[in-house]
Ligand binder design. Structure first.
Ligand SMILES: Cc1cc2nc3c(=O)[nH]c(=O)nc-3n(C[C@H](O)[C@H](O)[C@H](O)COP(=O)(O)OP(=O)(O)OC[C@H]3O[C@@H](n4cnc5c(N)ncnc54)[C@H](O)[C@@H]3O)c2cc1C
Length: 473
C-alpha cells in the first residue's frame, strides 16, 4: 500500500453517488440502503466480502461456540456421552465447521450486491481528497470519485508493541482461529465481551482457563445481578477469574507462556489469548489527505448523523468505537446512508441497541439497569422469573438462568430487560417489541394479560411481570 500520488493513475476512472469502504455489517448496511434508494454505489473491500464480522470475529466465534455447545450436550447424553468422552473432537476440528457458514454468508452477500447492481471493487482504499480514493487492486491502482463516501473499515485487536504476536503461544482474537491444536490450558488477558466469550468456549471444551480482568468486576456495563450470576457460573464451571490485575510482561518458555502480573503473580499456561480492546483500521487510509483525525486507538469521531468532520464523509461501525457490535454497525450504516441520500434520518434505528453476550450462560439486556435507575432517582420495581421454575427449561435441562424486568412503579412502563441463560439473546427481543411501543403501549400489563404458548421460555415474561406487579401491593 502506498500513499504516493506518483504510483496511482492520473485521473479518476469512474464517478459514483456513493462509495463505501469496507464490506462488514456497517458497510453492508450503508451500501444496501444507498443502492435500494437508487444511488450509484461502489463497495470497496480489500479482503473477501463480509468483513471481519464474517471472517474472523462474530461468525467464526459463534459457529465455534455452537459446536462446543453440541459437544457439551453430547457429553450429558446418557447414551452417546461416552463416545465424546473417549474421543473428544479437537479445537481445529470444531473450528472447521465455521468454514461452511462463512462460505454461505459470503455467497449470500455477493448475491445481494449483484442483484442490487452494486459494483464491488476488491482492493485496499485510501483517500486522495474528500471526493476521491485510490484503490490498490490486484491489477494495479484505480482512482474513483463520489459525492459521498463511507468509512466502514472496522477494527482489529489492539496489540501492545512490546508483545510478540509471531510467537505461536501468544494469540489475539484473530489468530486464535488459527490454533492448530487443543491446548491443555489457556490464559485470557482481558475480560471484556470477547475475552469472556472465548474463556467460556475454552472452558466448555474442558480446557483449564485463567481469566484475568484488569477491572474490579466482569462486564460492568451490565446489571449487577447479571454480572454476579456470570461470575458465579463461570467459577462454578471451574474457571479461575482474577480481578484488578494488570500485566507487567509476558514470558514465553519452552513448555508454555507466563503472564507476569504487577501484583507479583505469575500465571503459566499453554497459550495466552490477549483480549485487551480493539483499534480502528484507520492506518494507511490516507485520512491525513482529508483532514479527518483519529484518537489513540485509531477511532474516528462522528456527529449524531455519523458524519465525520468532513461533511460528505461518514463513518460507521467499529471504526467509530462504542458499541462495536455487528448488529449496531449494520443499523448505523443504514441510518447514515439514509441521511446521506435524503438529508434526514430516523434516530429510532440506532437507539436502544440490545447487548448479546455469548458466554455460557448467555446474556442479553436492553435499556436501563438497576444502578442507572437508582442513580437517576427513578422509582422502579423489579420482576424476576427463574428459568428453573419454567416447564420448558425443566424439559430441555437448561435451568440455569433468569429474566428480570425493571419497570416504573407508577406508569408500569418497562425500563430495562435483563436476561441470562439459554437463548437469552433471543428472549430479550420479545420484551424489546413491547418496550419500543409509544403512547402508553409500553406496559408491564401486556405481559400480565397475554396468553403465552405453554411450555415456552417466553412464558418467563408473564412470570416476571406478575412477580414484579405483586411487589407493588
Ligand atoms: C471475537 C469477536 C466476536 C464478536 N461477536 C459478536 C457478536 O456475537 N455479535 C455482534 O453483534 N458483534 C460481535 N462482534 C463485533 C462485530 O464483529 C463487529 O462489531 C463488526 O464486525 C463491525 O462491523 P464493521 O462493518 O464496522 O467492520 P468489519 O466487520 O471489521 O469489516 C470491515 C471491513 O473493512 C475492510 N477494510 C478495512 N480497511 C480497508 C481498506 N483500506 N480498503 C478496503 N477495505 C478495507 C476489512 O477488510 C473488512 O472486511 C464480535 C467481534 C469479535 C472480535
Amino acid at each position: 500500500m502506498t500513499n504516493k500520488k506518483s504510483e496511482i493513475p492520473p485521473a479518476a476512472e469512474s464517478e459514483y453517488d456513493l462509495i463505501v469502504i469496507g464490506s462488514g455489517p456497517g458497510g453492508e448496511g450503508a451500501t444496501m440502503k444507498a443502492a435500494k434508494d437508487g444511488m450509484r454505489t461502489l463497495l470497496v473491500e480489500r479482503h473477501a466480502i463480509g468483513g471481519g464480522c464474517t471472517h474472523w470475529a462474530t461468525i467464526p466465534s459463534k459457529a465455534l461456540r455452537h459446536q462446543v455447545n453440541q459437544v457439551m450436550e453430547m457429553r450429558r447424553n446418557p447414551i452417546y456421552g461416552a463416545l465424546v468422552v473417549e474421543n473428544p473432537p479437537t479445537f481445529p476440528q470444531l473450528l472447521r465447521t465455521a468454514e461452511g457458514v462463512i462460505v454461505k454468508q459470503v455467497a449470500m452477500r455477493r448475491d445481494f450486491y449483484l442483484r442490487n447492481h452494486v459494483k464491488v471493487l476488491h482492493g485496499r482504499a485510501h483517500f486522495l481528497d474528500p471526493h476521491e480514493i485510490a484503490v490498490e487492486t490486484s491489477t494495479g491502482a484505480k482512482r474513483v470519485r463520489a459525492k459521498k463516501l463511507f468509512i466502514a473499515v472496522g477494527s482489529r485487536p489492539y496489540r501492545p508493541p512490546e508483545l510478540d504476536f509471531t510467537q505461536p503461544r501468544i494469540r489475539d482474537s484473530d489468530t486464535i482461529l488459527k490454533l492448530d491444536h487443543t491446548p491443555d490450558s489457556i490464559t485470557v488477558y482481558g475480560a471484556g465481551v470477547v475475552g469472556c466469550e472465548y474463556a467460556s468456549i475454552f472452558r466448555n471444551l474442558g480446557i483449564k482457563v485463567n481469566l484475568i480482568n484488569s477491572r474490579d468486576k466482569l462486564l460492568s456495563f451490565l446489571d449487577d445481578e447479571i454480572v454476579d450470576a456470570l461470575g458465579y457460573h463461570l467459577r462454578d464451571q471451574g474457571m479461575l477469574i482474577r480481578h484488578n490485575e494488570e500485566y507487567e510482561r509476558v514470558e514465553v518458555v519452552s513448555d508454555g507462556v507466563i503472564l507476569h502480573l504487577k501484583s507479583g503473580k505469575r500465571i503459566k499456561s499453554d497459550v495466552l489469548l490477549w483480549a485487551q480492546g480493539r483499534a480502528g483500521n484507520t492506518q494507511d487510509l490516507g485520512l491525513e489527505n482529508i483532514g479527518v483525525t483519529t484518537d489513540s486507538r485509531g477511532q474516528i469521531k462522528v456527529d449524531d448523523n455519523f458524519r465525520t468532520t468532513v461533511p460528505n464523509i461518514y463513518a460507521v461501525g467499529d471504526v467509530i468505537g462504542y458499541p462495536s457490535l455487528a448488529s449496531a454497525s449494520y443499523d448505523q450504516g443504514r441510518f447514515a446512508a439514509h441521511h446521506a441520500v435524503h438529508g434526514v434520518a430516523d434516530a429510532t434505528l440506532v437507539e436502544q441497541i440490545p447487548t448479546g453476550i455469548y458466554t455460557s450462560p448467555e446474556i442479553s439486556s436492553l435499556g436501563k439497569n438497576e444502578r442507572e435507575l437508582t442513580a437517576a432517582g427513578v422509582p422502579y420495581e423489579v420482576g424476576h422469573s427463574l428459568f428453573r421454575s419454567l416447564a420448558r427449561a425443566q424439559i430441555t435441562g437448561n435451568t440455569v438462568g433468569m429474566l428480570k424486568l425493571l419497570f416504573h412503579r407508577d406508569t408500569l412502563e418497562i425500563l430495562g430487560i435483563h436476561c441470562f441463560g439459554d437463548q437469552a439473546a433471543e428472549i430479550v427481543h420479545i420484551g424489546q417489541a413491547i418496550m419500543s411501543q409509544k403512547d402508553g403501549a409500553n406496559t408491564l400489563r401486556y405481559f400480565m394479560n397475554t396468553t403465552f404458548n405453554y411450555p415456552t421460555m417466553a412464558e418467563a415474561y408473564r412470570v416476571a411481570a406478575l412477580n414484579g406487579f405483586n411487589r407493588l401491593h
